[in-house]
Design a binder for this molecule. Structure first.
Ligand SMILES: Cc1cn([C@H]2C[C@H](O)[C@@H](COP(=O)(O)OP(=O)(O)OP(=O)(O)O)O2)c(=O)[nH]c1=O
Length: 632
């Protein structure tokens, strides 16, 4: 009697392991599974930057490995497998994904990065179920999942490192080590499934097989909480009634994983059903935000922007704060992955993680510092009156800032220079982080002049001119904003960027081929927007385009929660879905042509006006770009 009844269900089926890994072969055959090995030819070259989380990268690679074998076998091996199993193991540390080292130097870089630290090992697994529909067509269903294990390395001396590298063991292993052999000596502790580190999460795999092959799940559906978004989208698209049970818990599982991820807390440990992990994370969310705000306000990330890092005493001295308070702040920031603590010559020093250096240091080109301070100084006080906002259905500016507000932009935010600059800095941060993605979201080669309405400091405009050498951009914003923009002079001077002062609700807009409305529409009610959109519509000439950038809600208005949370403190505007924006603009004759979900803070939509049937004249773009401009 095999230990796991599911394994026996596979007897008589052609099961294929799409992997050359001897470790996977050993783990699965030790479990009593009978299978053939057909190594995958899929090259592990997916663009890592396209994945929100390393687990998604590992899962997608595993899926591609398995599908490649499933599709090749009927032709090359002249038989169709029943099940193909693919897997991919990656090590993640400091926001980086480490795969197999390319050479000894690469192994050295990986291992010295892991030295003295805890890291995560993710194995993504894909189970492809193949069914011959007829002699020439095979139907594939994919179930995928991942497992995370935490591993802590001891401090490794140079001598140990090189001795281990010269043993040859690191070269075919993710992260450059093999925990099951000599590499085991480098490890202080392991949290989670050991076999997952070795390359295959056997326990989780058996549970998944149980779900697929009809045996009732070992416990209620929540068992699958650790699966990621991609996996269940696929299940949803491709599987039959058996797996719909899993699909039903999709939303719960996503909420749990996503919310925890957003807060920078550890990934859900969802094996325990009796602990409300996701609720605890939500409960702690405000502490997480405030830790980030405080560290940013005290310029901890600027102070730590030095190559070697600083001791606690040095940081406390530089930020002029108490030793105990600084220690608590730094330790909390370490736990959130914002800082790391390493031992150097018997003393502990703190240093920025790569993410912090990139996004939290004030003078980084993509710094979020300005936006973080805005959240601390302007949004936090509003949220502390959320209960009143909900009861009254009104903005809480008066309670939070002691000032009645008529027009949020002119009265509260822009009343003092210091406040103006802080607000502009927030917009400037967001524009710098999102600008490149928005500028390259669509083929804009047919436009020569653009007008960025409410373009603030011009940070977005500079990204557009950088991406499009033929384009000139005029920023149209309030006179006070244009006057204050001198505080945000760009490093390089670009003569193709100019500024015009005016109020987009009252004054004439500059003439342009392309209008840009980035992060403007959500701030206003439909009624107010009709004023702006009518004006835009009147100035419209054939060939013009309108690029709208916002956080786009899904059609059920459930995600991303970032948009809905932002709405809680909004004044008169609202967050909208793509269809809602489309309907709003449609009233003024604008037709949505293309939508781009950028995976950045803002998404993009491109609108045109179809006054005649001849799209070519209207868009003024080449026929090739017209085809790609069709709505997805
Ligand atoms: C971290 C770690 C990884 N590994 C191995 C597991 C995997 O075989 C390898 C990660 O590379 P993978 O690309 O996941 O797998 P692979 O190239 O060996 O095989 P295939 O692509 O054909 O499936 O690293 C260990 O053996 N021990 C360890 O401690």
């Amino acid at each position: 009697m095999p230990l796991n009844p599911v394994i026996s269900k596979l007897s008589g089926k052609l099961v294929v392991l799409a992997s050359a890994s001897p470790r996977r072969l050993e783990i699965l055959s030790n479990a009593g599974l009978r299978f053939e090995v057909v190594p995958s030819w899929f090259k592990e070259t997916l663009d890592k930057s396209l994945f929100k989380h390393p687990c998604e990268y590992a899962v997608e690679t595993a899926k591609q490995k398995a599908l490649e074998v499933a599709q090749r076998m009927p032709f090359k091996h002249l038989k169709t497998p029943d099940i193909v199993i693919g897997a991919d193991t990656v090590v993640t540390v400091d926001g980086l994904i480490l795969e197999k080292p390319t050479d000894k130097q690469d192994a050295y870089r990986m291992l010295s990065r892991l030295s003295g630290k805890e890291h995560s090992v993710f194995t993504g697994v894909a189970i492809v179920i193949c069914r011959d529909k007829n002699s020439s067509v095979t139907d594939y269903k994919v179930v995928d999942f991942y497992e995370e294990t935490k591993v802590k390395f001891a401090e490794l001396s140079e001598e140990m490192l090189w001795e281990y590298i010269n043993s040859g063991e690191p070269m075919d292993k993710a992260g450059g080590y093999g925990i099951q052999a000599l590499g085991g000596m480098l490890v202080e502790y392991v949290r989670g499934d050991f076999l997952n580190v070795v390359g295959f999460p056997l326990n989780h795999f058996c549970k998944q097989l149980g779900s697929i092959f009809n045996s009732p799940p070992a416990s209620p559906a929540h068992k699958i909480k650790r699966d990621c978004d991609e996996a269940w989208t696929l299940v949803n698209k491709t599987t039959n009634g058996d797996v719909e049970l899993l699909e039903n818990v999709k939303d719960d599982s996503l909420t749990s994983v996503q919310e925890q991820n957003v807060m920078g807390l550890e990934f859900a440990k969802c094996n325990r059903q009796d602990v409300p992990h996701s609720i605890i994370s939500l409960l702690d969310g405000f502490k997480v935000s405030k830790t980030l705000f405080t560290a940013s306000k005290l310029k901890v990330f600027d102070v730590l922007n030095t190559p070697g890092g600083l001791t606690l005493e040095e940081v406390a001295g530089q930020i002029n704060a108490s030793l105990l308070g600084t220690e608590r702040l730094l330790e909390a920031a370490v736990s959130l992955g914002l800082l790391e603590r390493v031992r150097q010559e018997e003393i502990s020093v703190y240093r920025n993680t790569e993410q912090a250096s990139r996004f939290l240091v004030t003078d980084s080109p993509v710094s979020l510092h300005g936006y973080i301070l805005h959240c601390n100084d302007m949004v936090w006080p509003l949220f502390s009156h959320l209960e009143s906002a909900v009861r009254e259905g009104t903005s809480q500016h008066e309670r939070a800032f002691g000032k009645k507000k008529e027009d949020v932009f002119q009265d509260v935010y822009y009343s003092k220079d210091e406040v103006k600059i802080r607000f502009m800095d927030a917009m400037h941060s967001i524009a710098r982080v999102t600008g490149k993605d928005l500028a390259t979201a669509f083929d804009l080669s047919c436009y020569k002049t653009a007008c960025d309405i409410g373009g603030c400091t011009g940070a977005m405009a500079y990204e557009f001119t950088k991406a499009h050498p033929e384009l000139s951009v005029t920023i149209f914003d309030l006179p006070q904003v244009i006057e204050m923009r001198r505080h945000f002079q760009p490093k390089e001077n670009d003569e193709r960027v100019s500024f015009v002062a005016g109020d987009f609700f009252k004054d004439d807009l500059p003439k342009a081929d392309l209008y840009i409305l980035a992060r403007v529409l959500h701030d206003w009610s439909d009624e107010k927007l009709h004023v702006l959109l009518s004006k835009l519509s009147k100035m419209w000439t054939p060939g013009c385009g309108l690029l709208v950038s916002e956080i786009l809600l899904d059609e059920e208005r459930r995600r991303p929660s970032r948009a809905l949370l932002q709405a809680l403190s909004m004044t008169e505007g609202k967050q909208r879905s793509t269809a809602e924006y489309s309907a709003l603009l449609d009233k003024h004759g604008f037709t949505l042509k293309h939508v781009k979900h950028t995976d950045n803070l803002l998404d993009a939509m491109l609108f045109v006006k179809e006054e005649q049937n001849d799209k070519r004249t209207l868009l003024g773009c080449s026929s090739a770009s017209i085809e790609t401009a069709e709505l997805e």
